[in-house]
Write a protein that binds this ligand. Structure first.
Ligand SMILES: Cc1ncc(COP(=O)(O)OP(=O)(O)O)c(N)n1
Ligand code: TZP
Ligand code: MG
Length: 533
């Protein structure tokens, strides 16, 4: 088996969820090879471990996952209530079906419930060689339940693991109990013990060994030992305080397999896998599924982060553009107020959407600020967008971004942010407006309508330019530039149904009282709306 693989194209998960661009992407990728992991494992009715974890882990890392089901288990967060092995000849049939046709890159094994299944797997791997084999020697679940026939413990040690499966493996990933079982009951209590166990398991044939120390009585870090045949590497990760750890072993091995399928070397693959599990556990530490002592975690946290979470947000509503408040740190500094206070005051006055436009903020400070503002905005049901900085929007899980013509292309931002985030694009012409729509923008900001010192030397389009852009645009429009109490009504009265509001900086923030200026502007806009009805 080799560990250096080369698959330049991985499965693009985004293409399945972004309906606007899916056809283009799927067509473009039609000739490309998809990185593919075959999971040979048991089904977990609770959905947290086994085959179910493997599919979710691979999908999260953008890798296709096929499955050969070796057993069906009845289990939940209380434990394992039953195990029903799939007949061996049918396991073999599944193996043949997938391996003979679907170009598998990496096989990952989980629960192998009988010696017969181990034999058939080894036979199949000789018949249909793959580029790497990841063996998660599932014998004892994290909750302590024996998931293999007692004879399999013997089989692992003496028969096929020793003679065939382990020598074929590129990596084997036992937890402490499994490592101990593989070594005939060797006691493992220290990191040094783990290292000598890793070396002894390496002697059984695999190229690499990862002994997982999650059960080690270490208070702070979780330490795993990675043995590469020469050296023991201590891989540390912070220990996440959670009961939702069911399926971590399966997930880690699947992530290693997925990274190998994408072409990674072994140590980087293990590091990515560890980071994935750590992040997923952290994200899921407080979720509640089931009443038992050990719950599952959420593999698809990335998808959740990048979609408009329905429990917290409402999705993009064009009417939110009515009074669009855009911050400016210079102005807030001048009036001796913090940006956070400025955001609070604008919401108090009736701002319907907020944009943080902090041109001089350092990245770390910007993230901190954005997180604080997001909390305030969400507690009032107001969306928060970030000007220019997609990285900041991702880091704080903001509701979206506003991009100019020379900022990150909206199509790229859409791929990074996912389908649920709001993307606004600045446009001065009908052509730009149509392009923004084609690139997946949710709204456009048209301006500057009037000259303004907030963005000096910015070409203005005037009310006529605004009208032309509005009538061409297929997405809602907000007007920006030199707009305030004196002229907001003239902007809104151009009679374009597509114009949903005004975006304002100085008329709100270069004033002594942000809340009262916002309130006054809000009232002007409401008057225009009531007349229009
Ligand atoms: C709502 C809205 N419209 C337009 C802009 C201007 O964005 P951009 O052209 O990228 O210029 P900067 O704001 O980055 O200077 C905006 N910010 N918001
Ligand atoms: C960011 C931006 N884009 C076009 S005009 C402008 C500035 C708007 O600021 P103000 O509302 O103070 O005129
Ligand atoms: Mg910009």
């Amino acid at each position: 088996m080799v560990t250096q693989l080369s698959h330049p194209f991985s499965f693009n998960f985004q293409s399945t969820v972004n309906l606007r661009t899916s056809w283009v992407k799927v067509t473009a990728m039609a000739n490309h090879k998809v990185a593919h992991v075959l999971s040979v494992a048991g089904s977990d009715s609770g959905g947290g471990a086994g085959i179910q974890a493997d599919i979710k882990a691979c999908a999260s890392l953008g890798v296709y996952c096929s499955t050969v089901i070796t057993a069906v288990t009845a289990q939940n967060t209380l434990g394992v209530q039953g195990v029903h092995g799939v007949p061996e000849d049918f396991v073999y049939e599944q193996l043949k079906s997938v391996l003979s046709d679907m170009h598998v890159d990496v096989v990952k094994t989980g629960m192998l419930p009988s010696i017969g299944v181990v034999k058939l797997l080894c036979h199949s791997l000789k018949e249909f060689p793959v580029q790497a084999l990841v063996v998660d020697p599932v014998m004892v679940s994290t909750s302590g339940h024996i998931l293999a026939d007692p004879s399999i413990l013997m089989a692992f040690r003496y028969l096929y693991c020793r003679e065939e499966l382990l020598p074929m493996a590129d990596i084997v990933t036992p937890n402490l109990k499994e490592a101990s079982a593989l070594l005939g009951g060797m006691k493992l209590v220290t990191v040094a013990d783990m290292c000598s166990a890793a070396k002894s398991i390496h002697d059984l044939g695999p190229r690499y060994v990862l002994v997982k120390g999650g059960d080690l009585p270490a208070p702070l870090d979780a330490v795993d030992i990675f043995f590469d045949g020469d050296h023991c590497h201590e891989l540390r990760a912070s220990r996440i305080q959670t009961h939702n750890t069911h399926g971590t072993g399966c997930t880690l091995a699947s992530c290693i397999a997925a990274e190998l399928a994408k072409g990674s070397l072994m140590l980087p693959a293990v590091q990515v896998a560890k980071r994935f599990v750590e992040t997923a556990l952290d994200y899921s530490k407080d979720i509640v599924i089931g009443s038992g002592p050990q719950g599952p975690f959420d593999h698809l946290f990335k998808l959740k982060r990048s979609t408009y979470n329905s429990s917290r947000r409402r999705g993009f509503n064009p009417n939110d553009l009515l009074l669009y408040a855009i911050t400016d740190s210079g102005m807030n500094k001048k009036w001796a107020r913090s940006i956070i206070d400025a955001v609070k005051a604008s919401i108090e006055g009736g701002a319907t959407i907020i944009q943080l436009r902090e041109k001089d903020a350092e990245t770390q400070e910007f993230v901190r600020l954005a997180e604080a503002c997001l909390e305030i905005c969400h507690s009032h049901g107001v969306a928060l967008l970030i000007n220019d900085r997609v990285d900041i929007a991702l880091a704080c899980d903001a509701d979206g971004v506003h991009l100019g013509q020379s900022d990150m292309p909206p199509r790229v931002a859409r791929t990074l942010l996912g389908p649920g985030k709001i993307i606004g694009v600045s446009c001065k012409t009908p052509e730009q407006a149509l392009q923004a729509w084609a690139d997946g923008a949710d709204y456009i900001g048209c301006g500057g309508v009037f000259p303004t010192s907030t963005k000096a030397n910015n070409l203005t389009v005037g009310l006529s330019g605004l009208k032309t852009v509005c009538s061409a645009s297929k997405v809602p429009v907000v007007a920006i530039g030199g707009i305030g109490l004196a002229n907001a009504h003239s902007v809104m009265e151009i009679g374009e149904p597509n114009l949903h509001g005004v975006a304002v900086v100085s008329a709100l923030f270069d004033r002594e009282s942000v809340s009262s200026e916002t309130r006054k502007l809000h009232s002007v806009l409401m008057d225009v709306l009531s007349v229009a009805k």
